[in-house]
Design a protein around this ligand. Structure first.
Ligand SMILES: [Zn+2]
Length: 304
């Protein structure tokens, strides 16, 4: 495995020239080579979330020491959004598509990253969804509600597809997330001629296997790449609480108990096997590894 800063530096230069890079949270591409895979993470911007969204029922006082170690206070969290692009010379595979224009003004920047990388939506052969939350799926359609990645075959886990397509979900989901349900169903319906489903363990493309990591959403999937990398989506949703106390119930998980079980199991595997992990909301482009620490784990960013 070789890691490279080339993509980031080139991207940063181009973004500055375009006047688009406003801070360290401006878009970035971190990249690595793993066997036949060229992996880039592309920034879709970042989210702005109240701290309570991450804390859930966790008392503020319990989380405070961890948050302060990471330079975080009471203010809103601004997690980055890293969309993963995997190219093997035949397929150009996008894992999640970002927020599009309708979720938050700070997100939906993926096409800027595409421009800087010199690719267009038509170059994507496959779109693979980790789950149906807005920051992962709302960018799937263009201004006419047609598939933005119009040459691509789209794929999503069967359980996740069934959950968001179920008419009952809008009534059973947390009331604060009704727009998530409406938004996911609308997009999945618009993709109906271009989308297929898969099950846990399926090799969805050569060297890419689906791994059930349920809890953040009912059918959340991670993806293991041959050679030793795991695209974890939001199964490990931040680099502070989720790493130091993976067993804590997270406010961002729809099923907090299952989410915690999944996180504990996943981090144990990633650290034991020394796998590269790629997280949608992790810093430094999202590529790194999990290292066992005195308290839980810590995230070591590797690409930047
Ligand atoms: Zn997310």
């Amino acid at each position: 495995m070789t890691l490279s800063r080339r993509g980031f530096i080139a991207a940063g230069t181009a973004a500055v020239a375009a006047g688009a890079l406003t801070s360290h949270r401006g878009w970035a591409a971190a990249s690595l080579t793993l066997g036949d895979f060229q992996i880039d993470t592309l920034s879709d911007g970042h989210l702005v979330l109240p701290l309570s969204f991450a804390l859930g029922e966790t008392p503020r006082a319990d989380a405070a020491p961890i948050l302060s170690r990471h330079g975080l206070g009471d203010g809103p969290l601004e997690p980055p959004c890293n969309v993963t692009l995997v190219r093997d010379g035949t397929n150009t595979v996008l894992f999640d598509v970002g927020s599009g224009p309708d979720f938050m003004p700070s997100a939906g920047k993926l096409m800027d990253a595409f421009d800087i990388l010199g690719i267009g939506p038509e170059d994507v052969t496959h779109v693979v969804f980790t789950h149906g939350h807005p920051d992962h799926i709302w960018g799937a359609l263009d201004d006419f509600d047609d598939p933005l990645f119009y040459e691509a075959e789209h794929m999503i886990g069967q359980t996740e597809f069934d959950y968001w397509m179920d008419d009952a979900t809008v009534d059973t989901i947390d009331p604060g997330r009704v727009t998530f349900a409406v938004g996911a169903k609308r997009r999945l319906e618009a993709l109906q001629d271009a989308i297929s489903t898969f099950a846990d363990g399926a090799e969805i493309l050569p060297g890419i296997a689906a791994r059930a990591t349920f809890g953040h959403t009912p059918g959340h999937m991670s993806f293991e790449l041959a050679g030793g990398a795991m695209i974890v989506g939001d199964a490990i949703v931040n680099h502070h609480l989720a790493f130091e106390r993976p067993d804590w119930r997270s406010g961002s998980d729809q099923d907090p108990d299952l989410g915690a079980q999944t996180r504990v199991r996943l981090l144990d595997q990633l650290a034991s096997d020394q796998m590269t992990l790629i997280g949608f909301h992790l810093p430094g482009g999202g590529i790194g590894r999990a290292e066992k620490a005195t308290e839980g784990y810590r995230f070591i960013a590797e690409a930047l």
